[in-house]
Design a protein around this ligand. Structure first.
Ligand code: AKG
Ligand code: FE2
Length: 169
């Protein structure tokens, strides 16, 4: 990914720091008698650098927002889904986007997923890589401490707002 951005190969790895964090979230979505009224997981982008997602291979539900339209993410058995998170969006100055996604519920079937979130050391600050900022493309995000960014995540998801918007310039 760093190479695609024209950065040193180790640029993103170096940002993680000595105390990079990994969180695992197991999600269980029970059958829901009124799927049209209840989300399994509200629309959000991940606050991570990257997320590795193992989704249930018997039942869909994950959807991704593109140009204002929600698309079903196809189930591909025995694969891991890699999602870009907001920390990469910030460091890449918006060249990589953390896609907005959600999980819809299902009336007949329960669903399981496991997400592993890889994050920069929470005590470190992140900002757009200086090599990706110039007059033509000014910094689109301000510098932010990772711990502060992550602290805002749940509140924003529950309010239906996007935490990434709070660091946009
Ligand atoms: O359950 C899923 O497929 C997605 C989970 C997810 O987006 C998350 O935990 O952030
Ligand atoms: Fe997510």
């Amino acid at each position: 990914m760093a190479r695609l951005l024209g950065l040193d190969d180790d640029y993103i790895m170096d940002q993680f720091g000595e105390k990079a964090d990994t969180y695992a979230r197991f999600s269980y979505y029970p059958e829901c008698p009124r799927p049209e009224l209840v989300f399994g997981l509200k629309p959000h982008s991940d606050g991570s650098v990257l997320t590795v997602l193992m989704v249930d291979d018997t039942i869909g539900g994950l959807q991704i927002l593109r140009d204002g339209v929600w698309f079903d993410v196809p189930i591909v058995p025995h694969t891991l889904l890699i999602n870009i998170g907001d920390q990469t969006e910030i460091m890449s100055n918006g060249i990589f986007k953390g896609p907005v996604h959600r999980v819809v519920t299902n009336a007949e079937k329960e669903r399981l997923s496991l997400a592993l979130f890889y994050s920069v050391d929470p005590e470190r600050e992140i900002e757009p890589a200086t090599q990706l900022v110039d007059e033509k493309r000014p910094a689109l995000y301000r510098k932010v401490k990772v711990k502060d960014y992550i602290a805002g995540l749940y509140e924003h998801v529950s309010q239906g707002t996007m935490v990434i918007d709070t660091v946009k310039i």
